[in-house]
Each structure stands twice: as C-alpha cells, then as structure tokens.
Write a protein that binds this ligand. Sequence first.
Ligand SMILES: C[S@@+](CC[C@H](N)C(=O)[O-])C[C@H]1O[C@@H](n2cnc3c(N)ncnc32)[C@H](O)[C@@H]1O
Length: 289
Amino acid sequence: METWTIQKLLNWMTDYFTTNEIDEPRLSAEMILSYALDLKRIELYMHFNRAVDKPTLDKLHQLIKRAAASEPIAYLVGRKEFYSLEIKVNSDCLIPRPETELLVERAIEFLRKRPAPRYACDLCTGSGCIATAVAKGVDDIKIIATDICDAALSVAAENVAHHNLTGNIHLLCGDLFDPVIEGLDQTRFDLIISNPPYISTAEMAGLGKNVKDYEPHKALHAGEEGLDIYKRIIEQANDHLKDDGALMLEIGYKQAAGVTELLENTNAFKKITVEKDPHGNDRIVTAIK
Ligand SMILES: C[S@@+](CC[C@H](N)C(=O)[O-])C[C@H]1O[C@@H](n2cnc3c(N)ncnc32)[C@H](O)[C@@H]1O
C-alpha cells in the first residue's frame, strides 16, 4: 500500500483544494491536516516525513470531502484564529472575520483612554470573539455580551472560559439590550460595540455557498436593506451610554450613509466617523455621545 507522509498529503490536498476552488488552499490543507493529526501547523513541517496511519487517513478522507463541498474549514476544525486568539466555533455561530479585528483594535484604543473601571456591552456577540479579544486587551474591564441565540452563547461561554475571562465577561441571552436588568446589571457603558447581522435581502441571494449553506442566517440577514438591527441598536444606544461614551458598529461596505443618517436622526451624538478597512471598504462607524 502506498505510504502517505505529511509532506505528500499536504501537497496533494493543496492541489485538490486549488482544483476545487477552496479559499487559501495551502492554509486550508495545513489546518485540516494539523487538526486530524492533533499537531500545531508549524509541527507539520517538523515531521514532514512522518507516515500517516490508516485511521487518520480515513478521518482526513471525510474532512477533505466536506471541505471540497464548501463546508467552512473553521467549522470542520472547530476553531478560528481571531486577533491572535484561538476562538472555538461551530455552525451555531458566525465564523469571526478578519475585518472585525479592526473594530476590536478601535475598541481597545478607546477603552484604554477611559477611566477604570471600564464597562462595555457587546451586542450580538455570537462566538464571543469581540468581547474576548477586547477583554484580553484592556485592564479593569467588565463586558456584558448578549445574543439572541442560546446555542451561540454556549460557544461564547467556552471561549470566555478558555481565555480565563469569566470574571470579566457576563453572557446574557436575549434581544439586544433586553436581557440587561436595571439595578442588577450595569446599564450604562463606556462603549457599546456590535457586529450585528447586516446583510440585505438582495445580498443574501448572492452569498457564496460556504456562507449561505453553512453559516446561521440569523447571524447574517437584517431585513430588506440590512439595516433592521442597526435601527434598533441606535434607537436604544443613547439610554445605555455614559457621557462621552462611544457606539462602535461594524457595517457593510454600502451602509455608511444609511447608518450615519440613523445616528444623526437621534441628535444624541456629537461626533460620527466612518473608517475604511484595509481593502478600502467602509467598515466601522463610531459615534461619540
Ligand atoms: C454577524 S453575527 C456576529 C457574531 C460576532 N459578534 C462576530 O463578530 O463574529 C451576529 C450575531 O447576532 C445575533 N443576533 C441576531 N439578532 C439578534 C438580536 N435581535 N439580539 C441579539 N443578538 C442577535 C446572532 O445570533 C449572531 O450570533
């Protein structure tokens, strides 16, 4: 029987994923192989000539097939790197995106300038990636993180525990600010941050198979123009912000005008800025109360 070494498998999988138009074929091959072999990616290269046993080859066979059918690699391996942290994921939550790291960066910069103790609220937390990364980057911080999906919050709870942040992040299930209870929880925050669902009805139809068929639609779709959740967050934000506090939102590349208008209409914010991501697309709106 043919011997499959790590090197040979890596090369074969890279070619196979390239042919099947899987994003980042080499990286995807490394991630699947390191997961199946329970090695770090770098360790694949340290054991290049190691022969891979039959049970592992059988396991890989299934994973390769699923990857070729466009199932996201992050779901196959159960994790995604975000802001240099390992974030656990499953199909109940959105896979953290690199674009969202800029939101985390701005949130950390803003919160570090606020007097301690700092209070933040992460709405639509999903895997808890934003709350986790922000809490790792700021001292003396308490974050309330809410999501309407209980199953997503279970994933967030694993991430919070894994990164030793149970004392910093309080996870609550419910609609936006609804689960926050006056008198029991902090209700006014230095920062409200959110990467909410923001895909319009028309855009939903054009999503790639890897997103449309695998990621939760509740995490993506937000009405005809994709603005439904922003409208509701913005209506309530003023009541939950301290003076000079900030609302920071990730937005879709066509939504800067719509979101800015919603913010202006409240007359609650003295400064509104839009920032582009490294691809030149509008990505973050910050409104200071
Ligand atoms: C785009 S995902 C973002 C997840 C995570 N913050 C991230 O950046 O990867 C949006 C999340 O919002 C949650 N969600 C949708 N509607 C909601 C609502 N009305 N209240 C709270 N969470 C909601 C979904 O369950 C999903 O986890």
